[in-house]
Design a protein around this ligand. Structure first.
Ligand code: ZN
Length: 164
């Protein structure tokens, strides 16, 4: 059905995203739903599977567990580094973000959050900022249309915002 969310359909999605404590962290722009190509892993898998089969105009509350969102928080990805390896002028604040050169990917960087600073060590958390969080989505299907051949070949939607 052309009004039903399924594979190879471009879906216009209105959403509000909150954490378990009720803090709102993201929402679609007013009157400008997020457009994505369904079935191509363009959104987190736990949300995509819940949207499957919904029709235009339908709303739903979806809770996505960490395993189906940004993963569990992995303590092995929290590392202590000697304070001395950081340039002295660098502003090292708890909850600040750093870009660290990635040894496994020359030229690439990894984002890390500073979780503790002492005179001796700086503790960096390389987990995704939303790791370990259950995500609470309020969603509404604003539109559904069949994807073009080009969109299917690219694996993403080409919306009013031009090609990307
Ligand atoms: Zn494209």
């Amino acid at each position: 059905m052309s009004d039903t969310v399924g594979t190879d359909m471009v879906v216009g999605l209105e959403y509000v995203l909150k954490l378990g404590d009720g803090q709102e962290i993201d929402r679609s722009n007013e009157g400008d739903p997020l457009e994505y190509l369904h079935g191509h892993r363009n959104i987190i898998p736990g949300l995509e599977s819940e949207l499957e089969g919904m029709k235009v105009g339908e709303s739903k509350e979806v809770a996505v567990s960490p395993a189906d969102a940004y993963g569990e928080h992995d303590p092995d990805d929290v590392e202590d580094h000697p304070r001395s390896v950081f340039p002295p002028e660098l502003d090292l604040r708890v909850n600040g973000m750093l870009e660290i050169r990635d040894p496994a990917n020359p030229g690439g960087t990894q984002a890390a959050m500073i979780t503790a600073v002492t005179d001796e060590t700086v503790t960096l958390d390389f987990n995704h900022p939303l790791a370990g969080e259950t995500l609470h989505f309020s969603v509404k299907i604003a539109s559904v249309r069949a994807a073009s051949d080009e969109e299917k070949a690219h694996g993403h939607a080409h919306g009013a915002h031009g090609h990307h």
